[in-house]
Design a protein around this ligand. Structure first.
Ligand code: ADP
Length: 645
């Protein structure tokens, strides 16, 4: 038996009547609620809707009419059928306000069992029918609403798909509450390398690098999104091929209308390029910083528009200021050495005016504002301009070159003093060799007189002594002559003009004609070029080289000497080659130094000044001299002289 759904309210102040009603209505298929007064009836009606209310009219505190009136005011009982149970005749009842109050029927006491049963049953059936209809309507409504909602949802979703699929720069996908991936858009495919079909349903951690997965970063991200409504991050992600890329992303939780969490949406953008760029920038900045620090450079940054100036701590230190001091353009000007200030200001004005291509490089002195120390600084800078060419930024570096400057000054002073003492030495050598000539001539002359006077009267020993003295005086004469010609090369202003090297060579051979004849030397020569230079010196150059070539011979064969010329770019290379004794190349550098000889005087006479004179002459002509030789294999002396057009 199904449990009755409908309720019937019986109101009577007499419990016997209520018992009677209970007995009569036991089988109408409704639940009976008994009320002993109007107040109880109202209370019961407040709780539920009744299929019918059986209401006694005559009741002590609140009669049936009043109760009916009050019942109508209740939401539940507004339309409930009320049946008055009365002992009054029907006509009289009509005069009551019963009908006006919506009473639908009257039952006379004493109550006829069957009538009451059928009436109540009718009302109960009616009520149930109405309830059914109501439920159906509600169901129908619900169904319709559901369809509508589904359609809306579908449309919304379709739109969302459209949007998500067309987002190009951002990878967009959804994560279900269990962490599975869905709705992988094409941008995701190109960013991560997974096709949608490959990744669908796979765990969100798939796209994270293992270190982060170990740290549960992916879960923390969802947790944060759930809590804060949004989780942003920037980190390495993993592509299908295992490569990594730097990406920024946002996770947002997706909730339905009831606030229930339905999953998450994640947006990702590949930022590797930016990251790389940032890293390159950072690396170059680091390099720059390291260079600046290790070179102990100060840096400065001037804004010509606002006039604001920033100095690094080192820059302040170089202006003799403490690290924490503030710097203005005036501070800078005040730090300049008074003698250098106008020059510096002028150069800055030039750089800012766009002259010199915005480049700025200058050396100047500063006087420490606090420590009063004078420093030499080397400052470099660059002016940056806007599209109209107006200066917007002037930045640069500053370097302490005080030590270098000091060393340079010392070097210059040393060179000056060396030059001075060299000049003194040269003039001393020149004077000495010149002044020695006269007494030497006297010695030679008197020696010849003595030789003639004692002719035939000298013993063997005396002859030997005499011979040695004459020899020594000859040597001394040669030495003074050589020294004089060498020292003349100093300080002598070179009188330069076109010189035909053929004539110079001719003259040298003429001067050496006696030696050539005595030695039986064979001399071959090329045609030589014209150059610019000093004729006398060039004659001497040839003369010294050829006389050495004749002198340093084995005496087993006759000297063979060749003089040739060859052009090499902008130089003439003149070569003087002999077939003499040669020398070890180990000494090739020192033979051009003053008084340096490789052979003893007893073997080969000489002053050791010939080749140094040659080098001096070649240097006067902006040229170079060197030799190539091997012992017993002859020597070649090369002279390179600039070509004159
Ligand atoms: P010296 O007056 O001694 O010849 P030089 O300055 O002309 O002085 O030469 C320096 C040294 O170089 C010589 O003493 C000799 O040992 C060596 N020398 C110069 N020319 C030749 C050469 N043609 N062959 C071998 N040795 C040479």
């Amino acid at each position: 038996m199904s449990i009755a759904k409908s309720y019937v309210l019986c109101v009577d102040d007499d419990p016997r009547n209520l018992l009677a009603l209970k007995a009569v209505l036991a089988n109408v298929g409704a639940n009976l609620v008994m009320a002993r007064s109007g107040a109880e009836a109202l209370e019961a009606a407040g709780e539920r809707e009744f299929a019918v209310i059986l209401l006694d009219v005559m009741m002590p505190d609140m009669d049936g009419i009043e109760t009916a009136k009050r019942l109508r005011e209740l939401e539940n009982a507004k339309h409930s059928p009320i049946v008055f149970v009365t002992a009054y005749p029907l006509d009289e009842m009509r005069t009551f306000r019963g009908y006006a109050l919506g009473a639908v029927d009257y039952i006379h006491k004493p109550i006829g069992t069957e009538i009451l049963q059928s009436k109540v049953r009718a009302f109960v059936q009616l009520f149930e029918l109405r309830e059914q209809v109501k439920e159906q309507a509600i169901n129908e409504m619900r169904q319709r609403w559901e369809t509508m909602r589904l359609r809306e949802e579908f449309e919304r979703e379709a739109l969302l798909h459209l949007f998500v699929d067309n987002v190009k720069d951002y990878g967009v996908f959804f994560i279900d509450p269990e962490g599975g991936i869905h709705n992988w858009n094409p941008a995701c495919e190109s960013i991560f390398g997974y096709q949608e079909s490959e990744i669908l349903g796979r765990d969100f951690s798939t796209i994270f690098v293992p270190e982060d997965v170990n740290k549960r970063v992916h879960l923390l991200e969802l947790e944060k999104a759930k809590e804060k409504g949004r989780a942003e991050d920037e980190r390495w992600h993993l592509r299908k091929d295992g490569t990594r890329f730097w990406a920024d992303g946002v996770v947002t939780p997706l909730r339905d209308k009831n606030g229930e969490l339905r999953g998450f949406c994640k947006l990702v953008r590949d930022n590797t390029r930016r990251k790389e760029w940032e890293e390159t920038l950072k690396r170059s900045e680091d390099r720059f910083r390291m260079a600046v620090d290790s070179a102990r450079l100060g840096t400065w940054d001037y804004d010509p528009k606002t006039g604001s100036l920033e100095w690094s701590d080192r820059a302040k230190e170089l202006a003799g200021l403490p690290e924490n001091s503030t710097v203005t353009y005036e501070t800078f000007l005040a730090s300049l050495h008074p003698e250098d200030r106008p020059r510096v200001e002028q150069r800055i004005a030039e750089a800012l005016s766009g002259k010199a291509d915005g480049q700025y490089a200058i050396e100047y002195r500063t006087v420490g504002l606090v420590d009063k120390i004078m420093r030499w600084l080397y400052v470099r800078g660059k002016v940056y301009t806007d599209e109209q060419g107006l200066p917007t930024r002037f930045i640069g570096t500053v370097m302490d070159i005080t030590d270098e400057k000091r060393a340079e000054e010392e070097r210059t002073a040393l060179i000056d003093s060396l030059k001075g003492s060299n000049r003194e030495l040269e003039s001393f050598a020149s004077t000495a060799s010149h002044d020695l000539q006269e007494p030497l001539r006297m010695i030679s002359m008197y020696l010849s007189l003595l030789e003639r006077r004692f002719q035939g009267r000298l013993g063997e020993d005396e002859k030997e002594y005499m011979h040695s003295v004459v020899n020594a005086s000859d040597r001394m004469k040669r030495l003074t002559t050589d020294l004089l010609s060498y020292s003349r090369l100093f300080g002598e202003k070179i009188d330069s003009g076109p010189v035909d090297l053929n004539s110079a060579l001719e003259k040298a051979l003429e001067n050496l004609s006696l030696a050539i004849e005595e030695s039986g030397a064979r001399i071959t020569r090329d045609r030589l070029p014209m150059i610019r230079g000093n004729g006398t010196q060039l004659v001497q150059l040839f003369q010294n080289l050829i006389s050495n070539a004749i002198k340093y011979q084995t005496r087993k064969s006759l000297p063979e000497i060749s003089i040739s010329a060859m052009r090499q770019d902008q130089q003439w290379i003149i070569a003087v080659k002999d077939n003499g004794i040669g020398f070890d190349m180990e000494h090739s550098g020192k033979i051009f130094d003053v008084f340096q000889r490789l052979h003893s005087r007893t073997e080969y006479a000489g002053s050791g000044l010939g080749l140094s004179t040659c080098r001096k002459i070649v240097e006067h002509h902006q040229g170079r001299i060197w030799a190539e030789s091997a012992p017993a294999d002859g020597s070649t002396f090369y002279v390179a002289l600039p070509v004159s057009e």
